[in-house]
Design a protein around this ligand. Structure first.
Ligand SMILES: NC(=O)c1ccc[n+]([C@@H]2O[C@H](COP(=O)([O-])OP(=O)(O)OC[C@H]3O[C@@H](n4cnc5c(N)ncnc54)[C@H](OP(=O)(O)O)[C@@H]3O)[C@@H](O)[C@H]2O)c1
Length: 252
């Protein structure tokens, strides 16, 4: 399952997962399935292996409905990828350049979408992930991979700014780490990891690309290829870790 699949990195995950395994089924979820031309295109090419469901991370009823639908159709998941996220929304949320630009409503929205949302998705999909590696995979465990961002690292925060986004990703990291500890304590064979994709050419990064050094702006194809190799190689001892696109661990 790829959650947040309408566009950007999530859509590219759906594409590469469908291309990689000629038998694998992919559940792609997004807020407005009727508005994703990218998913429409993939559906015409992979009609029998792609299942598109509605899921808005700010609406727990849509998360529950998606979990119910996956239970009825497949009974299990061997990979859950959380790829949704927000950085800026015109007139609603802007990456802050100073404490004076911090607004409660923007902070709460970033926290709701970026930190709380993916955790609620993991909560409701957890019963489906209990089958370990699942059918048709050689993985020793199911994988839950959530897209975070290096700016969520408190150790790595030398620049400041982007208070809402940065803190929402730090919270996502803490919540995910906490979930991973519970999975381990319950001896549930699930590897729960956080991934930093690098700076990737998507709608999210587009307004902020001018200061990106040459060669450091990745294509979606490159980034997803790298992230899928981390996911493919994920071992039970990786549970609770935060990896960059190149496989390096990022300090909290
Ligand atoms: N691009 C980068 O350089 C970069 C760097 C570091 C980390 N990341 C992280 O990577 C992830 C993907 O980013 P991206 O670059 O692919 O961004 P993007 O192109 O802007 O796509 C964001 C996705 O999140 C979805 N989304 C937003 N709010 C949602 C909600 N309430 N419920 C469900 N889905 C929602 C969007 O759906 P709609 O189409 O419905 O809006 C869209 O599918 C994010 O977590 C981001 O923080 C990206």
């Amino acid at each position: 399952m790829v959650q947040g699949a309408s566009r950007g990195i999530g859509l590219e995950f759906v594409k590469q997962l469908l291309e990689k395994d000629k038998r694998g089924h992919v559940v792609a979820t997004c807020r407005n399935p009727e508005n994703s031309s990218g998913l429409d295109d993939l559906k015409t090419r992979y009609s029998d292996r792609l299942n598109i469901l509605k899921l808005d991370v700010t609406s727990e009823t849509t998360i529950q409905a998606a979990a119910h639908s996956v239970t009825q159709t497949y009974g299990h998941l061997n990979l859950l990828l959380n790829a949704s996220g927000i950085l800026s929304i015109p007139a609603v949320l802007q990456p802050e350049t100073s404490l004076t630009k911090v607004h409660k409503s923007a902070m709460m929205l970033a926290y709701e979408v970026n930190a709380v949302g993916p955790i609620l998705v993991i909560k409701h999909m957890w019963p489906l992930l209990k089958a370990g590696g699942g059918v048709g995979t050689t993985r020793e465990a199911a994988v839950v991979a959530t897209l975070s961002a290096r700016v969520g690292s408190i150790t790595d925060n030398h620049l400041g700014g982007w208070h809402s986004y940065r803190a929402s990703k730090s919270a996502l990291n803490q919540l995910t780490k906490t979930v991973s500890v519970e999975f381990a304590r319950k001896k549930d064979p699930i590897v729960c990891i956080l991934l930093h994709p690098g700076t990737v050419d998507t709608d999210l990064s587009r307004p902020f690309q001018k200061n990106v050094p040459q060669g450091k702006l990745f294509t979606r194809e490159f980034c997803v290829n790298k992230l899928l190799s981390i996911i493919d190689g994920a071992k039970i001892q990786d549970n609770g870790k935060f990896f960059a696109w190149d496989g390096q661990e990022i300090p909290w």
